[in-house]
Design a binder for this molecule. Structure first.
Ligand SMILES: [Zn+2]
Length: 342
């Protein structure tokens, strides 16, 4: 990775899938291919989104999560101890109901889950690559646990599994491993009491960059309704950022585009790399480069340019491909505007 370049751009993770691969504009969209054709289709989709990011000018690219249906359950599907046949409905992040798998015994990883996908991503580009994994607390919050009966014990069990997976993903040549922890914006006591420790356990011993993505979620109705209840100033990050600043995690993301997050909360992350969300994923309007640049300039008051990574607020999978492509270009163009001023 070229560490001298400033304002290196990246994305939170997901991008829309081609309509020949999965139903468009949907979360958890079913695949439209199967067997060997599905495997080939996933690879082709990764090639497409990597090329699209490169062409747009994104520095640290991802596979756009083209190989998985969902950012949490696709990982859990690879584990022992979880029953996917008899799902039960639970409330996720205190916000919406979903039918989720049930933990029925000790969770274990018998084989690598995303390692081959990470190696394939690495093979498609000379750019720096980031690979995303769910974080332990968000995994716990996307399941019904009938075995451990303890969110803390289950989080630590997942952390050990994630660490084994992350070490192999790192060995595949990935530059950044990011853990997605939207649940960190909801369960502040658990973050303090055990979930940050679990996150650090998941990242233990890694020498690549480690990141945590914390957000206000995809632009779906349940999240948009929740945001309406948060008032004029969103201060959720204030609970976790001081803890993260003292952690071993290298990079932290936050939502800045069109959000009500006070930008000065970035100051709580002193010493960390900050992924500044400069693209709103909850609306279809494509930002102008000037709008992106304005967010970056504000953030520069609190974080130096070599530690500032212009990014999207969250994943873009629910958007159309053309809107997502426009937003990638706007992100890179806005960063270039500010880079020229430095
Ligand atoms: Zn997110």
């Amino acid at each position: 990775m070229d560490t001298t370049r400033r304002l290196r751009t990246t994305i939170a993770g997901s991008l829309p899938k081609p309509s020949w691969l999965a139903e468009p504009n949907a979360l958890w969209a079913p695949w439209r291919l199967d067997g060997a054709m599905l495997e080939e289709g996933k690879h082709d989709a990764v090639r497409l989104v990597v090329a699209e990011q490169e062409k747009a000018g994104i520095d640290i690219v991802t596979d756009g999560e083209q190989t998985r249906r969902h950012f949490v359950t696709s990982f859990i599907e690879g584990l022992d101890g979880v029953d996917f046949e008899h799902k039960e409905v639970v409330r996720i992040r205190n916000r919406y109901d979903a039918a989720v798998p049930v933990v029925v015994g000790p969770v274990a990883r018998r084989h690598p889950i995303f390692v081959a996908d990470a190696a394939f991503l690495r093979s498609t580009t000379r750019h720096a690559v980031k690979y995303t994994l769910p974080g332990p607390l968000t995994m716990v919050d996307t399941l019904l646990d009938k075995h451990y009966r303890s969110r803390e014990k289950l989080a630590h069990a997942f952390a050990a599994i994630l660490n084994a997976e992350a070490r192999e993903i790192e060995a595949a040549g990935v530059d950044v491993i990011q853990f997605d922890e939207p649940a960190f914006n909801v369960y502040f006591d658990e973050v303090r009491d055990f979930a940050l420790a679990a996150l650090e356990r998941a990242a233990e011993g890694l020498s690549c960059k480690t990141a945590v993505h914390i957000c206000y979620g995809y632009g779906i109705k349940a999240n948009n309704d929740w945001k309406q209840t948060l008032g004029n100033e969103w201060r959720q990050y204030e609970n976790t950022f001081p803890l993260l600043a003292r952690s071993r995690i290298d990079q932290v993301s936050l939502e800045c585009a069109n959000s009500h997050v006070p930008i000065d909360l970035i100051a709580l992350l002193a010493g960390k790399d900050v992924m500044v969300g400069a693209i709103d994923v909850a609306r279809d309007t494509v930002e102008t480069p000037d709008e992106v640049a304005a967010v970056i300039r504000q953030a520069l008051r609190f974080v130096p340019p070599e530690r500032l990574y212009p990014c999207t607020n969250c994943g873009m999978v629910p958007l159309t491909r053309s809107v997502a492509a426009g937003k990638l270009r706007a992100l890179a163009a806005g960063a270039a505007l500010v880079r020229a001023e430095l």
